[in-house]
Structure formats: structure tokens, C-alpha cells
Design a protein. Sequence first.
Length: 200
Amino acid sequence: MTTLAKTLRPTWSLANRYTTPRSHAVSGIYEAVLVLACSGLIALSAQAAVPLPFSPVPVSGQTLAVLLIASALGRRLGSAAVLAYLAEGAMGLPVFAGGIGGPAALIGPTGGYLVGFLPAAWVCGALAERGWDRNIPGMVASMVAGETVLFATGLFWLSRYVGPAAVWGMGLLPFLPGEVAKIVIAATALPLSWKVAERR
């Protein structure tokens, strides 16, 4: 490929994810299947959960899946996958941590974290679209931004149940080491996810 062609090639476009031309109908089906598959991945990661005796918020793998999916698919499809996951749980499917489901989970103490997955995916996906995922520092920064949005939403909602004084010890500090590990894992696994989404 010539230097000019490389310069003119868009760095992010839904069409560029596909290696062969497809009709709009086929592309729509592909997207729908991809979104549902990724919502299933989030649901599966939620079952890797460890309850904490001092907090209503468990340690789970959901954040890892959300960060990875949003970075791989971008803000639109990444957010759609999270929205599908939340809808499945709201309908009663046992997709949330601990195998629970139903609308009560979305308004309970952990509801802020669940709902927070949506803006977190949007932020992380939007930054990835702007090229933040093209190098390790940018990739980590985009995921930290997504995590910040997630915890801001989760802590705000949790404080309504446990109070502002206790919320930091119950909803943030115990999770920081695990979140750092998740970001490292997600940043390492992202190049593989590009192949799955046919981004490269």
C-alpha cells in the first residue's frame, strides 16, 4: 500500500471492520449477532463474582468485559451490547452477578454500577474511535476514563443506601487493585478482539 493510500485510509469506520463487501441487510444482521454475542460475554463474565462480606457490591468480571467490548466495537455497538445486557437482566434473565435478574437489581445498591456500564462503554468506545487504543498509554487512559464514569455512577447510587461516609470503603477502595488488573488484562487482550470484530 502506498504512503498516500495509508494516509487517506480512514482509521475508524464500521464499514472498515468488514473484510468483504456486504449489503446493508447482511451488515445489520452481523451487527445484531455481534451485539447479542457480546451481551452474552458480559453476562458470562458477571458469573465470575466473589461476594464481599462488608459490601453489597461483589467483585466480578463484568468491568473487564465492558472495557474490552467497548474498546473493540466503539461507542455505538459497545453501548448497544451493554444496553442489551441490561435489558436481558431487567426482563428477569439471570445475567447479573450471582445469577440474579429482574428490575429490582437495577434499583438496588448495585444498580448504579450496572447502569454505569452504559456511559462507561460510551466513553471508552468514543476514545477508542479517536485513536486512543492505538498505543498502550492511550489505551490505558481510555479505560481509566471509562472506569471513572462507572465508579462515579455506582458510588453516587450506593451512597443512597450506605451513606456518603461509608461508600468509599464499600464501593471503591476494595476494588481498586482488581480494577487495575482488569485494565491490564483488557489492554493485553484488545488486539485479539480487533480480529474478532474485523477491525484490522
